[in-house]
Design a protein around this ligand. Structure first.
Ligand code: FE2
Length: 330
């Protein structure tokens, strides 16, 4: 059994988790930066991370009852994410690795969302819908890697709804608030449904929804209802094709939008139509968190994946399908 301390700092959350390769989570302590107004400002988020880092690290160790000597390795999410934020986690990880002579383990943030979802749901080989403020893609394991079977070509789904929320004066995170308003909508207003093969486009949908709002002809409730309905149906359509073509019998959702009851219901109904099981990752593991980096780091270290200090630069655009997954077999 390998025990790893993992550091998450790719976007608005700074987190430290401690987990073992056999799937025990010993600590998962996170602190999320909330902008007073507007979206995430990378520099402000990174300042938040620097401020809370020591406190979060100490708390994680104390909750786990481990001392750093008991830890086999230090994992860190090196990407994808915001450069200034990533550098806070990477700097702390390098410091711990050198000071305590522990191997440094690189973790791809998207792969970590997937692995925590597999652990939490107990699914062995699911199709995974990964949706958050910064990502929208459908993936599954094939030939040693998580391959992408559809993704957004422009704006992530979470960002589309968060931006709409901000434009109508709602604070971050906007998705649950937009959904609440959407539940009161009754009439569907035509919206651009942009599915291109297996890929999605959300920027036109956002523009269209904001324009309908400015016209003043439609109620906010109907616009939110139509926006949410269209955005989630597009994602459900490409997920359905992935599930059918890959012939898999498990579907999961991971990332912040896994907390959306409306989206989960759509995916569940679709999965059941295909005789597949559906489970969403638990809310505590849905958003960015340290535990997912620690657990994925433990799987990686167990398979011999480490990185030298010199090579441990951050990769803001690191794609998950570039990452070998030696802990899984086809
Ligand atoms: Fe994330």
């Amino acid at each position: 059994m390998t025990i790893v301390l993992g550091i998450e700092s790719t976007a608005h959350t700074f987190g430290v988790g401690i987990a073992s390769s056999d799937g025990k989570i010993f600590a998962n302590v996170n602190d999320t930066y909330r902008p007073v107004s507007g979206g995430i400002h990378p520099r402000e988020a990174s300042e938040h991370h620097s401020k809370v880092a020591y406190k979060i690290l100490k708390e994680a160790l104390s909750i786990s009852n481990f001392s750093i000597k008991d830890i086999d390795g230090i994992a860190v999410a090196l990407g994808p994410g915001l450069g200034p934020c990533l550098r806070v986690g990477a700097t702390l990880a390098r410091f711990l690795s050198v000071s305590y002579n522990k191997p440094l383990v690189p973790v791809n943030h998207a792969v970590a969302h997937i692995e925590i979802s597999r652990l939490d749901t107990g699914f062995k080989d699911p199709v995974i819908v990964y949706v958050a403020g910064g990502n929208t893609l459908i993936t599954s394991f094939k030939d040693g890697r998580y391959r992408i079977f559809g993704e957004t070509l422009d704006m992530p789904l979470g960002n589309c709804l968060d931006t709409f929320a901000r434009e109508i004066g709602l604070s971050y995170p906007g998705v649950p608030k937009v959904e609440e308003i959407a539940k009161k909508g009754k009439k569907y207003i035509e919206m651009p449904y942009s599915v291109k093969g297996q890929d999605l486009s959300y920027s036109g949908l956002l523009t269209h929804a904001l324009e309908r709002l400015k016209e003043g002809k439609y109620s906010l409730e109907d616009i939110c209802f139509s926006l949410v309905e269209t955005a989630y149906s597009m994602l459900t359509e490409v997920s359905e094709r992935a599930l059918a073509f890959l012939n898999k019998n498990e579907l999961t959702i991971t990332g912040g939008l896994a907390r959306s009851k409306i989206l989960c219901m759509k995916l569940k109904e679709m999965a059941e139509d295909h005789g597949a099981l559906f489970k969403a990752v638990s809310p505590s593991f849905a958003g960015d968190n340290g535990a997912m980096i620690a657990y994925t780091g433990a799987l990686a270290l167990n398979s011999g994946v480490t990185i030298s200090l010199e090579e441990s630069y951050v990769s803001p655009l690191w794609r998950m399908d570039e990452v070998d997954i030696p802990w899984r077999k086809d």
